[in-house]
Design a binder for this molecule. Structure first.
Ligand code: BGC
Ligand code: NOJ
Length: 811
């Protein structure tokens, strides 16, 4: 069953039934000011950091689900309704929610009144703008009472939900005209406040939640709204809110616009106050003025649309398959921007409190984003590298506000260092900007410790080389990509987190085949980079280790029909046919096949055939098989999950593209395409009731074949799946791949495809590429004609900036 449809022309997903199987959300803002918004207008806003600068309050896992947001109540006679259906849930005559690129439009209609709400964060603006258009479609005059509503968060989203003995006494607001200011803690250590304004005079307001709602009422029946009478309350402590009251008269056919701005302001210390106790509102007034007429809002909205037109024009495909085209041209790229902005911090599954920016996560997210805004990717690489330690190890996370490594989580995840090479190589291949390697970047943000970025890449490689185990394979440390394979943890205490418990890796023999494959695959990028830079000695040095690693994998990492997953603390095999459960794991199959280890001896083919046999199911590839049914302290969190969920044999979508790319190494286009479609949201739209989460974005996990409810998905939006599937489809299936010296063409498609067209902007030039498949093969470029002339090989040269180039590829 579907709950809406794709409107590709407008780049929107249109939800027509508000009772989606889970709130289907969207993100507003793409730089500093962000909002999450559900299809019923639930969600919250924050500035830069979802933990430390939360503007509006949100209660995760509430009852009912998704309560709290920016609500507009319309009282028309005795009927009170919301355009987004919630929270009153008054049945609507029409409902539509259009999630688009960084904006959401919600249209509700009731008894001849249409409310059209457009929510967006204008470019380079620290505010969410909402334009509400009310139209009287009936033949009688309407007298409506309109109430807006948001609830302030006391800035730190963690303590806001915790420290009530203090919080209930600290709240402070100011009211001036139609603007309500939230200034809790401003008089002490904060130099920031928030405001909620409307561009028309109001006939009343409320800022104290209890007075507005009534202590025992829900969002669905605030006293003030139900009675149609604002209380003009001024909050002192307790829970400050902001609500405007506006009386609206509409003649038949008449429309009126109301523009609300929810903004954030930081003042310098010497400009904090207008007078004693009165905050300096000038910067807020400037923001309000920028959006105080519908024309100004239209212009800002048009700018946002244009921004996305330009971004999405960098890669477009015409394949004849609508689903593929909409994923590649619109939604996958959009999601990559979102994962780049948020890492794994704030979604409807990530509370915005627990996790900052992940080291490995952010490096991977880059790969999906770097063609869109390379300058921001560059800055990100430097931020990430600045949290690295001198020995190549890394903080696993950092806070976006401070850009400092997060001490609570610490380091010791031994796959982390190689991801820095992965991200940096992707950046250089996209941009040709080798100068980034000369940037002086500190270790652990310590002034005076700066070395060129290239040196960071070297210590990353060396971190693997210096941490090899008894079989010459990489020691796993706290964990590798699989945060839940905790081979040095042995936890028996339910009060400790597997992610932060003591890492007992001293004397451990635990080795990772995932990192081994990663070292070979990503190490190759490093070697190529060194050669491109003429650093042949360094290239030779590292190549030698790659060769040794390859041999070690073949000798100690092969189980007969697939690659082992690991050796545990005691040196026993993990992911072997000898094991009772967890005989085969996806990560090592993905990485070792992408690296092509043992290709000539048939290992890649055998491994991938085993993946098909043991890991595949209707909904995608599961992580391991058989699932663990008992807790194994030697393995850690992986064995805590019920069978079929999350890292324990869930379809952890992030790693499916590793196998897809592995299949393209073998040239098996059908298989690659089959796996791609299985987890691609547009292809599972019809199963929305089962799948539950948004059909326009990837999710982290779908319950696997061993689960109670196979096919049910969770953790949508913030997942490495976005970048990896983008990478797999664009660079390995459609096969248009940035290289240090040009644009490589190497498709791997189902044999029955006739061809497709890709327009790719690369290093300032446009390449209009037509791929034809007259002989119905999967792989192998027969000829390329560039602007009428045949070229040697399959790498398109770098063409002059601004040039438009016609490329005809025949397979
Ligand atoms: C999850 C992982 C996640 C880790 C760290 C675990 O509970 O299963 O997917 O990476 O926590 O946050
Ligand atoms: C989610 C984490 O964000 C990511 O870093 C990790 O690799 C996967 N879970 C697998 O555990």
């Amino acid at each position: 069953m579907k709950y809406g449809y794709f409107d590709d022309e407008n780049r929107e997903y249109v939800i027509t039934n508000p009772k989606t199987p889970w709130p289907w959300i969207n993100y507003l803002g793409n730089k500093d000011f962000f909002s999450l918004i559900s299809n019923t207008a639930g969600g919250y806003s924050f500035y830069k950091d979802a933990k430390f600068r939360r503007l509006t309050r949100y209660r995760y896992n509430g009852v009912p689900m998704d309560a709290g947001g920016r609500y507009f109540y319309i009282k028309d006679g005795d009927t009170v309704w919301n355009p987004g259906w919630k929270p009153t849930k008054t049945p609507l005559d029409r409902y539509e929610c259009r999630h688009g690129m960084n904006y959401t439009r919600i249209i509700g209609e009731k008894d001849g009144v249409e409310a059209n709400l457009l929510f967006f964060v204008p470019l380079d603006t620290h505010a969410e703008v909402t334009r509400l258009t009310l139209t009287n479609k009936s033949d009688k005059p309407k007298h409506l009472k309109l109430f807006s509503f948001i609830e302030w968060c006391l800035w730190n989203a963690a303590t806001d939900m915790e420290n009530f003995q203090r919080n209930f006494s600290t709240g402070e607001v100011e009211i001036e005209g139609s603007a309500i200011y939230h200034k809790t803690e401003y008089k002490e250590r904060r130099n920031h406040y928030a405001f909620f304004n409307v561009n028309v005079p109001v006939q009343g307001f409320d800022t104290d939640r209890e007075t507005f709602m009534g202590l025992y009422n829900g969002f669905d029946e605030p006293d003030a709204v139900m009675e149609g009478k604002p209380r003009n309350s001024v909050a002192h402590g307790w829970s400050p809110i902001a609500s405007h009251y506006i009386e609206v008269d509409l003649q038949p056919g008449e429309s009126k616009d109301f523009i609300f701005t929810l903004g954030y302001v930081e003042n310098p210390d010497n400009k904090k106050w207008e007078s004693k106790g009165v905050i300096n509102k000038q910067p807020a007034r400037e923001i309000m003025e920028r959006f105080d007429t519908p024309e100004k809002v239209d212009k800002a909205f048009a700018d946002l649309r244009k921004y996305w037109d330009d971004l999405l024009a960098k890669y477009t495909v015409k394949s004849g398959d609508d689903k593929l085209d909409r994923m590649v041209n619109i939604w996958n790229q959009y999601q990559c921007m979102i994962t780049f902005c948020f890492s794994r911090s704030a979604s409807f599954f990530e509370s915005g409190i627990g996790r900052g920016m992940g080291f490995r996560d952010s490096n991977q997210d880059l790969v999906g984003f770097v063609h869109q805004i390379p300058e921001r990717a560059r800055e990100r690489i430097i931020d990430i590298a600045s949290t690295q330690f001198p020995d190549g190890g890394c903080y696993h996370q950092y806070q976006p506000l401070t850009k400092r490594g997060n001490n609570d989580i610490g380091g010791g995840f031994n796959d982390d260092p190689m991801w820095l090479i992965f991200g940096t190589a992707a950046y250089i291949k996209e941009t040709g900007d080798f100068s980034i390697l000369d940037e002086m970047v500190p270790f652990d943000n310590q002034p005076g410790s700066e070395v060129p970025l290239m040196e960071h890449l070297k210590v990353s490689v060396d971190h693997v080389i210096n941490n090899l185990g008894p079989h010459g394979l990489p020691l796993i440390g706290r964990a590798d990509w699989n945060d839940c394979l905790n081979l040095n943890c042995f936890s028996h205490d339910p009060n400790e987190s597997f992610q932060t418990t003591e890492n007992k890796s001293e004397g451990s023999k635990a080795e990772s085949l995932m990192i081994a494959g990663q070292f070979v695959a990503t190490g190759r990028d490093y070697v190529d980079l060194c050669r491109t830079l003429g650093k042949n000695e360094e290239a030779d040095r590292v190549q030698k280790y790659i060769d040794e690693m390859t041999e070690a994998v073949k000798k100690y990492g092969w189980d007969g029909d697939w690659y082992l997953r690991a050796y545990d603390y005691y040196g026993r095999k993990v992911g072997s046919n000898d094991n009772k459960e967890g005989k085969i794991f996806i990560e090592s199959q993905g990485w070792c096949t992408m690296a092509g280890i043992g290709l000539e001896d048939g290992l890649v083919e055998k491994s991938l055939d085993s993946v098909k046999k043991y890991l595949d199911c209707e909904h995608g590839l599961v992580l391991n098989n058989p699932a663990f049914t008992e807790y194994i302290p030697d393995y850690g969190e992986i064995s805590t999950y019920p069978a079929g969920y999350k890292e324990n044999a869930g379809i952890f979508s992030h790693n499916n593209p590793w196998v897809i790319i592995g299949e393209t190494v073998l040239g098996r286009g059908e298989r690659a395409w089959e796996y791609y479609q299985k987890i691609c949201p547009a292809y599972v739209e019809e199963k929305s009731d089962l799948h539950k989460v948004e059909p326009y974005v990837y999710c982290q996990m779908t319950a696997g074949k061993d689960a109670a409810r196979p096919g049910e998905a969770k953790n949508s939006w913030l997942t490495g799946t976005a970048a990896w599937n983008w990478y797999a489809i664009t660079q390995f299936i459609l096969g248009i791949r940035p290289a240090y010296n040009g644009l490589e063409i190497d498709p791997c498609i189902p044999k029955d495809w006739d061809g497709y067209h890709v327009s790719r902007k690369f290093r300032g030039a446009t390449y209009d590429i037509s791929v034809r498949n007259p002989h119905h093969v999967s792989k192998g470029v027969k000829s390329i004609i560039l602007n009428g002339n045949p070229i040697e090989g399959n790498v398109l040269p770098i063409m002059p900036e601004g040039s438009i180039n016609k490329v005809e590829v025949t397979l």
